[in-house]
Design a protein around this ligand. Structure first.
Ligand SMILES: Nc1ncnc2c1ncn2[C@@H]1O[C@H](COP(=O)(O)OP(=O)(O)OP(=O)(O)O)[C@@H](O)[C@H]1O
Ligand SMILES: [Mg+2]
Length: 350
């Protein structure tokens, strides 16, 4: 196991800069998830850690060694890809043992390691099968088996579950998490599924256009996003944003003033954006007038899309609301759960 430290890491392809100086310290045994929109540089960053991509600037330290110029095979890391990348003509066991064989392990040693990994991953009965004889989830497990047999210092995962159906994704998510609890290997995991990020991570790194927006524990990011980008990216459905003005009485918007929980005195008179999560809106006759656009009952809760002034917002209500499109309701933000952002850079205001 090892600590991984990225200092001022940069990447450019020709004249195009895609990673603009990333600083990140991943502790020994930690499970860190990189999230961000498509094209923000998640895979590039992971591939630089793996050694599959050259590093344009900065230093990468794995386990106390600067590894910028080290070959992937000398970095003592194992990577699991979205596509599994199994050899089709080899059985599960051979796929899993291949890298050990490559390093000159003895037959007995390899067999022991493969059996150990198969035991952890529940693959004992499938070792003689070829990839085409395995389901997607089983193939993904073989790909993980291939990573763990080597007992590397660091695991890297690039969207390993995105080819699986929704149900299997949930199962495998739990398996990867419990694998980490057993092995405690330092892990960097890339996904753009923010539920995966929330449930698996010790810490989440939110990336945007090649820069770190925020690093923190999942619930810290959820409860105190540093800026509007993180606020909108973490959480599903996304946080609602309402434009208005901060006055001495509170936040004024769409003909109503919402009291503010925080001292926003220094911003009085200025424009601001109020952020409120869908679950923090409640039906209240004294609330803001909203026109219902869409009602989606989901069993445990009902999701209501509505127009508030000319801003579209979503409310999630635990009670069984009986609403239809075109009706008018009144909603009130839970004052304690309000976030405020400035209108320019979108920075958090408290
Ligand atoms: N070989 C390359 N040459 C030029 N540009 C590249 C190359 N590889 C990646 N890029 C660019 O670098 C940026 C980051 O790409 P990257 O694959 O890291 O994104 P990502 O966050 O993994 O996205 P996704 O969620 O879609 O997988 C993108 O704008 C991409 O177009
Ligand atoms: Mg990617």
């Amino acid at each position: 196991m090892a600590q991984v430290t990225l200092s001022e890491i940069r990447k450019s392809y020709g004249s195009v800069n895609v990673i603009h100086g990333v600083d990140l310290q991943i502790n020994d045994g930690e499970f860190v998830v990189l999230v961000g929109p498509s094209g923000c540089g998640k895979s590039t960053l992971l591939r630089m850690i793996a050694g599959l991509e050259t590093i344009t600037g900065g230093t990468l330290d794995i386990g106390g060694r600067i590894v910028n110029d080290l070959d992937p095979k000398d970095r003592d890391i194992a990577m699991v890809f979205q596509s599994y990348a199994l050899y089709p003509h080899m059985t599960a066991a051979t796929n899993m043992g291949f890298s050990l064989e490559h390093r000159g392990g003895s037959k007995a040693e390899i067999e022991e390691r493969v059996n150990w990994a198969a035991g952890i991953l529940g693959l004992e009965a499938l070792l003689d099968r070829y990839p085409r004889q395995l389901s997607g989830g089983q193939r993904q497990r073989v790909a993980m088996g291939r990573a763990i047999v080597r007992n590397p210092q660091v695991f890297l995962f690039d969207e390993p579950l995105s080819n699986l159906d929704a149900k299997l994704r949930v199962v495998m998510r739990g398996e990867i998490k419990s694998l980490h609890q057993k092995l405690k290997t330092t892990t960097v995991y890339v996904t753009h599924d923010q539920v995966e990020a929330m449930t698996m991570a010790d810490r989440i790194v939110v990336l945007n256009r090649g820069r770190v927006e925020q690093i923190g524990a999942p619930l810290d990011l959820y409860d105190r996003p540093a800026n509007r980008f993180v606020a909108g990216f973490i959480g599903s459905p996304s946080m609602n944003f309402i434009e208005g003005t901060i006055t001495a009485e509170g936040f004024a918007t769409a003909g109503l003033t919402v009291p503010l929980p925080i001292k926003a005195q220094s911003h009085v008179g200025g424009p601001a954006i109020l952020g409120i999560r869908p679950e923090h809106l409640r039906l209240d006759p004294a609330g803001i007038r909203a026109e219902v656009l869409l009602v989606e009952p989901m069993g445990a809760e009902t999701q209501v899309t509505m127009l508030l002034g000319n801003t579209q917002v979503i409310g999630v209500f635990r009670e069984r609301v009986d609403l239809s499109p075109d009706t008018v309701i009144n909603v009130m933000p839970d004052v304690a759960a309000i976030h405020l952002f400035d209108t320019d850079g979108g920075q958090r205001l408290d």
